[in-house]
Design a protein. Structure first.
Length: 190
């Protein structure tokens, strides 16, 4: 078996600003975001400063074998409603297909339902990003919405899939998810 990369999630820090801007402006990343314009340094600086202090958001740099390779985040964190949303991307193309996205998904789900004690995690995915919405479904997310013509990509309206995972759904999918990741060589701890 090929050794799985050692994946770690570390909090976003001020030193990550230039890296995140470069990642976000990669065409293969922007293609799956709601906005696809080139983000200027000033626009990014405003977003980044807010991201570091906004209690309704939480960001982590995804590291594989000690190298920063992507970004994951929670947003719309609403403890009063017991829910939050999430998103992630792998910016380093060499990391794709290694199961890193699946590891990140598992880690975020465990964090949301464990450490944060929330009852629902949700996300929105462009309909054309089938690999990602299918990955979510493999972890127990259910399609809850289809937002028709929800955003424009390159000037063309695009549909968005809304997916949700309840803590009770996760309890039915957790062991199978752990088993799949362990079979790929990921260390999931206790």
């Amino acid at each position: 078996m090929t050794r799985a990369p050692v994946v770690a999630m570390r909090p976003l820090d001020a030193v990550d600003s230039a890296r995140v801007l470069a990642w976000r402006n990669q065409p293969e990343i922007a293609a799956w975001m709601y906005s696809d314009h080139v983000i200027s340094p000033d626009e990014h600086a405003r977003w980044f400063a807010a991201a570091l202090v906004d209690a309704n958001r939480c960001y982590w740099v995804i590291q594989a074998d000690g190298r920063p390779v992507g970004l994951a985040n929670l947003y719309d964190i609403a403890p009063e409603h017991g829910r939050c949303a999430w998103a992630y991307y792998l910016a380093d193309p060499s990391t794709r297909g290694q199961g890193i996205g699946a590891f990140v998904e598992y880690w975020v789900i465990e964090h949301v339902f464990g450490a944060r004690g929330l009852g629902k995690l949700w996300c929105e995915v462009l309909i054309g990003n089938e690999a990602v919405w299918r990955l979510h479904e493999g972890f127990g997310f259910r399609r809850e919405a289809l937002f028709r013509r929800h955003v424009k990509k390159a000037g063309v309206p695009a549909d968005v899939v809304g997916l949700g995972l309840l803590a009770t759904d996760w309890s039915a999918h957790r062991q199978a998810s752990r088993t799949r990741l362990a079979a790929r060589g990921f260390d999931l701890g206790g």
